[in-house]
Ligand binder design. Structure first.
Ligand SMILES: Cc1cc2nc3c(=O)[nH]c(=O)nc-3n(C[C@H](O)[C@H](O)[C@H](O)COP(=O)(O)OP(=O)(O)OC[C@H]3O[C@@H](n4cnc5c(N)ncnc54)[C@H](O)[C@@H]3O)c2cc1C
Length: 388
């Protein structure tokens, strides 16, 4: 049994700690704030296999299969529901691109199909079909509750012996030669250290700082942090906009009905590079911009009150695909998830845990695609479509 330190108590760190414990490893999990306080508790809850490249389609097909069984496996209600994703086209060229995406997704067993606007309106009763020509629809995509999911993983991880510590910040490493031998951390003002055999950097937006602590160049995984916001309306009758609905050509604007209370969550690609890692102040330009798109998409929203607005981080690599893999002997990274970290977590956590504990994984993950050293080599991939 090895002693493995997981740094970062978001969905990626917590789920990976759980998977490592399942494999019999001795895990210590560090979160500097409270669990979920990074991007995870701010996310829009969406889960989809409708990606536009083979690596992400295959990974997310597997992830959705894990999501389908997760509630049984963890033994908690996580409110995973397959309410679908509906992407909407506004031009003939976009329909052709959608058809190519559907062919790719179907090739790997994802049952996406092209639908007309009559069917789209049946699926989303408050939709205004006028501006759109057709949609791509995958009924197996869906959503889950980020709070319940993280706590379900955390509860089971602790039950299996994971030493999960919040308000405990990693501040450095001890090394012998090139090898990391211990993690230094601070809790309640006191600095201590613990001997470890391997370390996973799962700090997403904060990952470059942890890489630097490990003696790597800060820019080896060049993550830029963007403020991404959401607005939520008062509660509406359920069934009005259950899928995530998105016309990509409208600045990636989207709406999705909250799976718990029926409020409509509205997002868009109106974002700014964050001014720092405390910059989570919501902005008025986002509120105005996102509501314009939301009302054009679903006119009844004109009459719905906004009850909440919040901001979090999209931690983006230059090709918007995460960095997942080994950076040094016994130092691993799983970070830079843009708008996909929540949905990918069950698959990525399993893959990373198996890589650390066994040196290989059963998950259909294309390690080269997500290789953390690809930026240094200048081998960027086609940009993963970034929204949730
Ligand atoms: C508004 C919004 C909407 C989104 N919608 C979706 C969606 O619909 N679907 C989807 O899949 N994704 C979505 N995302 C993206 C998703 O939230 C993230 O990709 C995911 O939560 C990343 O999880 P993580 O565990 O990697 O990072 P985080 O949740 O950010 O966790 C990293 C943790 O590391 C901790 N940390 C940092 N430094 C240290 C240190 N030195 N010591 C100890 N701990 C440290 C931080 O405190 C933080 O809690 C959305 C994001 C936002 C902001």
């Amino acid at each position: 049994m090895s002693k493995i330190a997981v740094i970062g108590g978001g969905i990626i760190g917590v789920a990976t700690a759980y998977e490592l414990a399942k494999l019999g490893e001795d895990v210590i999990l560090f979160e500097k704030n409270y669990f979920g306080s990074g991007s995870t508790f701010r996310c829009a809850s969406g889960i989809r296999a409708q990606f536009t490249d083979e690596a992400n389609v295959r990974l997310m097909k597997y992830a959705v299969e894990r999501w389908e069984r997760l509630e049984d496996e963890l033994g908690f209600d996580i409110n995973f529901r397959q309410t679908g994703y509906l992407f909407l086209a506004t031009s003939e060229e976009e329909i052709e691109a959608f058809k190519a995406n559907i062919r790719l997704q179907n090739r790997f067993g994802v049952p996406t199909r092209l639908i007309d606007m009559d069917e789209a309106k049946e699926i989303v009763p408050i939709l205004n079909p006028e501006p759109f020509l057709a949609g791509t629809w995958n009924p197996r995509d869906g959503k889950a509750n980020p709070f319940k999911t993280l706590f379900a993983y955390l509860f089971r991880a602790r039950e299996m012996g994971v030493d999960a510590r919040e308000h405990t910040e990693v501040i450095g490493f001890e090394r012998e030669g090139d090898e990391i031998t211990a993690v230094r951390y601070r809790s309640r003002g006191k600095a201590e250290s613990v001997k470890v055999d391997a370390v996973l950097n799962a700090t997403n937006a904060w990952a470059p700082t942890i890489n630097e602590m490990a003696g790597l160049k800060r820019g080896i995984v060049p993550i830029k942090v963007y403020k991404h916001q959401l607005v939520k309306t008062e509660l509406l009758e359920k069934g009005q906009a259950e899928p995530l609905v998105c016309p990509p050509s409208w600045n990636d604007a989207y709406i999705i009905q909250d799976g718990e209370d029926g409020g409509i969550i509205c997002g868009a690609g109106i974002e700014h590079e964050a001014r720092g890692l405390n910059d989570v102040e919501p902005t008025y330009d986002f509120l105005r911009g996102v509501l314009r798109y939301a009302v054009m998409m679903a006119p009844p929203l004109k009459y719905a009150h906004v009850i909440r607005q919040w901001a979090g981080f999209y931690a983006k690599t230059p090709d918007r695909n995460p960095a997942i893999g080994k950076l040094l002997e016994d130092f691993y990274i799983s970070a830079g998830f843009s708008g996909h970290g929540f949905m990918m977590a069950p698959a990525v956590a399993q893959a990373m845990a198996e890589l650390i504990a066994r040196g290989r994984s059963k998950v259909p993950i294309d390690w080269e695609w997500y290789d953390p050293y690809r930026f240094e080599r200048g081998e960027l991939h086609t940009s993963a479509f970034q929204i949730g």
